[in-house]
Design a protein around this ligand. Structure first.
Ligand code: DC
Length: 221
């Protein structure tokens, strides 16, 4: 099996790029952020405070989180309910960042993530895929871009969906999430030692995809 790890901060374009690259290469794409987001959503829906680590921990075995592929699209099911859209809301983003700092949550989700790579060739994106989840991945990429560019891309994404977007608030949240994700004790966001770092600040989407697919082909043949 071939495993490609793509890590990087919020809004670096990991999911768009990983999805396109996996289509081109015929790999399964696994968005691990969606798994953390589902845990966060479950906490919100059950009224569990993320500060209350004991209750969050107790909630974990009651959650059935599944990723299915339907018409080529990844859908995430939380206890049989399709939550693919709901987990993208901004309050869930921040809650996911907080919930992902709890070591027991990270530990609990490890096997779920690793199982994907046992069954198929995968491109998996997240924060700690190259460092912790799949340390033996054949290809490791760390995708990054300046916070301002990431915030601007997010604004465009929301506007395309007809949603309101406040650049300053989005930038503030991105900086906050970068800080949380990079400074937590367990599995912080950082490039794996042997990762190829790709800064997309000055690059267009097609250029980045071409570059990433090129790196993957080069390192797997
Ligand atoms: O990639 P994303 O924005 O959907 O991820 C949501 C949050 O989940 C992010 O702030 C950090 C956390 N996360 C993580 O800690 N480890 C991963 N492998 C993926 C996501």
């Amino acid at each position: 099996m071939i495993a490609v790890a793509i890590d990087g901060p919020a809004g670096a374009g990991k999911s768009t790029i990983a999805k396109k690259a996996s289509e081109e290469l015929g790999y399964i794409y696994v968005d691990t952020g969606a798994i953390y987001r589902s845990v966060a959503l479950a906490c919100i829906e059950k009224g569990i405070s993320i500060e209350d680590k004991e209750s969050v921990e107790k909630l974990l075995p009651t959650l059935d989180i599944r990723i299915i592929f339907f018409n080529g699209e990844q859908h995430i099911l939380l206890n049989d309910k399709d939550v693919s859209e709901k987990i993208r809301e901004e309050n869930v983003s921040m809650a996911a960042s907080s919930v992902s700092a709890i070591p027991e949550v990270r530990n609990y989700l490890l096997d779920l993530q690793r199982d994907f790579a046992k069954r198929d060739n995968v491109i998996m994106d997240g924060r700690d895929i190259g460092t912790v989840v799949l340390p033996n991945a054949q290809v490791k990429i760390f995708l990054t871009a300046s916070p301002e560019v990431r915030a601007r891309r997010r604004v465009l994404q929301l506007e395309e969906k007809g949603m309101e977007a406040d650049f300053d608030k989005i930038l503030f949240d991105i900086v906050q999430r970068d800080y949380n994700d990079s400074n937590r004790k367990t599995a912080p966001l950082k490039p794996a030692e042997n990762a190829v770092v790709v800064d997309t600040t000055e690059l267009g989407l097609d250029e980045v995809i071409e570059k990433i697919v090129g790196i993957i082909k080069e390192q797997t043949t």
